[in-house]
Design a protein around this ligand. Structure first.
Ligand code: NAD
Length: 504
C-alpha cells in the first residue's frame, strides 16, 4: 500500500473505531448518578488523525456546584453510613463490572491518548488492580487506643473528609482516576473528579459503569478545561480536600487557592528523574531502563527516567546501544499490534517537545538520533516524534533541568560516586530515580543518597498499588497509592473518655 493510501486507511479505520467505541454512549459530565449535558461543549481529539472523537460538555461554576452538592447529599445520606466492609464490597463489584468492559475501556483510552492498544489495556488493568487493592485496604483501616492515664480511655478515629475534589492529567487517564477514587472511596469520602480536557473518555465511562453500585452522588465527574472547571472545583468552599496530579505550575495555583480556606492538598507533580548507570552495570539492563523509562507512553510519564548519568568507562557503549534501541521502536497506528510508539497526546505537547529538541541543539548538546517527525507519510496526520537521544549534555542545560514530557533521553557522564549523586540530585524535582548496578551494596547506598520519592533498581517500574507513590522537593506533597494514600483522605479525631472511680 502506498503512503497516501495507508494514511487514508488509518484515517478511515480510526473514524470507524470512534463510532464503534462510542456506539450508543454519551460522554458527558456524570453528576448525581446521571449524565448531564450543558450548552458549552469542547472536543476531545484523536491524536493519530487529529479529528474530533466526540464533544463533551463543559462544567461551569454552577455545574461544579451541583456536583459538590450531590456529593454532600450522598455523604450525608446512605454513603456516610456505610462501613468499611460495605465500601470494600462495592469497590469489588465495580471492579467486576469494569472487567466486563475492559476491551471497551482500553479502546477508548487508546483512541483518546494515542497509546498503543496493548499499553492502554495494561493501564486499564492497572486501574482495576488499584481499585481491588483499595477494596482490601478499606477493611484494614482503624484508629488506635492510647494508654495515657488509667482513668482515661483515649482513642483515635480515622474519619473521612466528606467531599473531596480530585484533578487528573492526560497521560494515564484511567489509571489516574483509580489512583484517586480508590483510596478516597475506601476511606468513606464522596468525590468530584475532573479529568483532563484532552482525555475525558475513560474517566466518564468508568463513572457511568459505577451507576448500579454506588449511590447517586458518590462518584461525580465534571468535565472541562482547567481554567473553567478545574478552578471552580479548587475554589469551592465545600470541597474539604484537594488531590491534584499535573504540572508544577498548576499545582502551585491549586495550593495557593486551597490555602485560602486551609484545605489540605495532595500534589503529584512533575519530575526530571535521573538514571545512574554504574560501571559494573549490565548494559542491556541499563538500556532497557533508559528506553522504557522515557519512551514508554511516548515519554509522557511523570516519573520518566529522562536523565541518564553514565559512568565514563561504559558511556560510549551505552550510547551506541541506546541509539540502536531508540531506532528500533515501531511508530505507527496504536490500533496495530506491532506499534510500540504512538503519537504525543496533543498538538501543544508536540510543539513543546519539538521546541526542546531545538533548545538542546542550541545549547550545544549533540542529537544522536530522533527528535523529528517520522518520514512515513502514512503518519503525517498524527503528532508523532521519533525517540531522541542527546549526548554532550551538561546538567545546567535546560534539556537536563526542565521536564520535557516526551520521548527524549539525555546522557551525561560521571567519574566518581560522589559526582553521580551530585548530578542526580542537582534538580528542583525529586519524583523518581533509577540505579543500574550488579552490586547490592551500591544499589542500596545510592537508593538512600538519591533525593527522590521512588527508586527503581535495575529496571524502570513496575508501579504497584501497594507502593506509596509521591515526590520529594518540587515533585509534590503526599502520596497516591499504598496505604499512605488512604491517610490523605482521612482526618484523625482524638476522643478522651474520662473514667469514674469504680464505686462498687
Ligand atoms: P496540567 O497541570 O496542565 O493539568 C492537570 C490537570 O489540572 C488537568 O485536568 C487540567 O485541566 C487541570 N487544571 C489546569 N489548570 C487548572 C487550574 N487553574 N485549576 C484547577 N485545575 C486546573 O498537567 P498536564 O499537562 O495535564 O499533565 C502533565 C503534568 O502532569 C506533567 O508535569 C507530569 O509530570 C504531571 N504528572 C504527575 C504525576 C505524578 O504522579 N507525580 C502523574 C502524571 C502526570
Amino acid at each position: 500500500m502506498s503512503g497516501t493510501n495507508k494514511r487514508d486507511a488509518i484515517r478511515e479505520r480510526h473514524l470507524q473505531a470512534h463510532s464503534d467505541a462510542l456506539d450508543g454512549l454519551v460522554i458527558d459530565p456524570w453528576i448525581d448518578g446521571q449524565s448531564v449535558s450543558y450548552e458549552e461543549t469542547t472536543p476531545t481529539r484523536d491524536p493519530v488523525i487529529g479529528e474530533q472523537i466526540t464533544t463533551v460538555s463543559v462544567c461551569d461554576d454552577a455545574a461544579v456546584d451541583s456536583a459538590v452538592a450531590a456529593a454532600w447529599d450522598a455523604y450525608d445520606g446512605a454513603w456516610g453510613d456505610t462501613t468499611p466492609t460495605d465500601r470494600s464490597q462495592r469497590l469489588l463489584e465495580w471492579v467486576g463490572v469494569l472487567e466486563n468492559h475492559l476491551s471497551e475501556l482500553a479502546l477508548l483510552e487508546c483512541l483518546d491518548t494515542g497509546k498503543p492498544l496493548a499499553e492502554a489495556r495494561g493501564e486499564v488493568e492497572g486501574a482495576l488492580s488499584t481499585l481491588e487493592y483499595y477494596a482490601s485496604v478499606a477493611r484494614t483501616q482503624h484508629g488506635s487506643q492510647i494508654p495515657a492515664q488509667k482513668d482515661l480511655h483515649m482513642y483515635t478515629r480515622a474519619e473521612p473528609y466528606g467531599v473531596v475534589g480530585q484533578i487528573t492529567p492526560w497521560n494515564f487517564p484511567a489509571w489516574a482516576a483509580a489512583w484517586k477514587l480508590g483510596p478516597a472511596l475506601a476511606a468513606g469520602n464522596c468525590s468530584v473528579l475532573k479529568p483532563s480536557v484532552h482525555t475525558p473518555l475513560t474517566t466518564v465511562r468508568m463513572a457511568q459503569l459505577s451507576a448500579e453500585i454506588f449511590p447517586a452522588g458518590v462518584v461525580n465527574v465534571v468535565t472541562g478545561s482547567g481554567a473553567t472547571t478545574g478552578s471552580a472545583l479548587t475554589e469551592h468552599d465545600d470541597v474539604r480536600k484537594l488531590s491534584f496530579t499535573g504540572s508544577g505550575a498548576v499545582g502551585t495555583e491549586v495550593m495557593r487557592v486551597a490555602a485560602k480556606r486551609i484545605a489540605p492538598v495532595t500534589l503529584e507533580l512533575g519530575g526530571k528523574s535521573p538514571l545512574v548507570v554504574f560501571p559494573d552495570a549490565d548494559l542491556e539492563t541499563a538500556v532497557d531502563a533508559a528506553a522504557a523509562g522515557v519512551y514508554y507512553s511516548t515519554g509522557e510519564i511523570c516519573d520518566a527516567l529522562s536523565r541518564a548519568i553514565v559512568h565514563e568507562d561504559v558511556h560510549d557503549e551505552f550510547v551506541a546501544q541506546l541509539v540502536d534501541r531508540a531506532q528500533s521502536y515501531t511508530l505507527g497506528d496504536p490500533l496495530d499490534d506491532d506499534t510500540t510508539l504512538g503519537p504525543l497526546t496533543n498538538g501543544d505537547q508536540f510543539e513543546t517537545v519539538s521546541n526542546y529538541i531545538e533548545i538542546g541543539q542550541d545549547e550545544g548538546a549533540t542529537l544522536e538520533t530522533g527528535g523529528g517527525p517520522p518520514s512515513d507519510p502514512a503518519l503525517a496526520d498524527g503528532h508523532y516524534l521519533e525517540p531522541a537521544v542527546f549526548t554532550d549534555v551538561e546538567n545546567e542545560m535546560r534539556i537536563a533541568q526542565e521536564e520535557i514530557f516526551g520521548p527524549v533521553q539525555t546522557v551525561q557522564s560521571f567519574q566518581t560516586y560522589e559526582d553521580a549523586i551530585a548530578i542526580a540530585n542537582d534538580t528542583e524535582f525529586g519524583l523518581a530515580g533509577g540505579i543500574v548496578t550488579e552490586s547490592t551494596s551500591l544499589a542500596h547506598r545510592a537508593a538512600a543518597d538519591i533525593d527522590a520519592g521512588i527508586i527503581y533498581v535495575n529496571a524502570y517500574g513496575p508501579i504497584r498499588p501497594e507502593g506509596p507513590y509521591g515526590g520529594f522537593k518540587q515533585s509534590g506533597i503526599g502520596h497516591d497509592l499504598g496505604e499512605a494514600a488512604i491517610d490523605h483522605y482521612q482526618q484523625t479525631k482524638t476522643v478522651y473518655v474520662n473514667l469514674d472511680e469504680p464505686e462498687l
